[in-house]
Design a protein around this ligand. Structure first.
Ligand SMILES: Cc1ncc(COP(=O)(O)O)c(C=O)c1O
Length: 241
């Protein structure tokens, strides 16, 4: 493993080895981590690391992009087939930046977002004061019913009608229940909001079709490619064509 690094930077090599041993001897119960297939390791360290790219396939700012154009288009084709989506963008560096790109595409500074409370399962990028996004948009939150510990859709609907957000976000970091996307899409439609689902944690289960997909219901679906999807560190944004 790492035969060149072992020679040129033994200190760094030892540290990587130390983490390999840790990974081999512990089970990390962190929902956002997974152990990727060897192909992902191989491709992450491939010659493609040498390529700088800006723009979309066939509209790049850099020369020599013909092969990577084909690879990106292959990714589009596979992601669209796998998730049954009309359109996909695979350029986000992570699930967080996938979320930021949707915000940047449809919101203006000061616009209102309604999302799940962080302490009831939501994610930092959905409006937590710990995240810079909270300084740009106005955030309101929905939560779970204290009795059932499931999303309180009636309260969510009432909140949406009260604040009239421009974007409603479903999806969470810590909500081990199915989400009623149909109901949430209806609420969004009623108040004239875009509906986005952040499926970062469940993308692998959606891809494997073991739980319902948000794709038919949402204007935008974002995801990490890590977590249950078990791929390299990046993000995806799906939307209607
Ligand atoms: C719901 C949700 N969205 C987005 C992210 C951010 O993903 P990434 O680490 O790929 O930026 C996370 C991270 O755990 C998450 O739980």
């Amino acid at each position: 493993m790492l035969k060149y690094t072992r020679q040129s930077d033994p200190e760094l090599y030892e540290l990587v080895l130390e983490d390999l041993k840790r990974q081999e001897n512990t089970i990390e119960m962190i929902a956002s981590e997974s152990t990727v297939p060897l192909e992902v390791m191989e491709l992450s360290g491939s010659v493609l690391t040498n390529k700088t790219l800006e723009g979309l396939p066939h509209k790049r700012f850099q020369a020599g992009s013909g092969v990577v154009d084909k690879i990106e288009e292959l990714g589009w084709q596979r992601a669209k087939e796998l998730f049954g989506a009309e359109h996909v963008n695979l350029q986000s560096y992570s699930g967080s930046t996938a979320n930021y790109s949707v915000f940047a595409a449809v919101l203006e500074p000061g616009d209102k977002i309604l999302s799940m409370r962080l302490d009831q399962g939501g994610h930092l990028t959905h409006g937590s004061p710990a995240n810079w996004v909270s300084k740009i948009y106005h955030h309101d939150f929905y939560g779970v019913d204290p009795e059932t510990e499931q999303i309180d859709y009636d309260a969510l609907e009432a909140k949406a009608k009260e604040v009239m957000p421009k974007l409603i976000i479903a999806g969470a970091s810590a909500y081990p229940r199915l989400i009623d996307y149909e109901r949430m899409a209806k609420i969004a439609e009623e108040v004239g909001a875009y509906f986005m689902v952040d499926m970062a944690h469940i993308a692998g289960l959606v891809a494997a079709k073991v739980i319902p997909s948000p794709i038919p219901y949402a204007d935008f679906v974002t995801s990490s490619t890590t977590k249950t999807f078990c791929s390299a560190r990046a993000g995806m944004v799906f939307c209607k064509e």
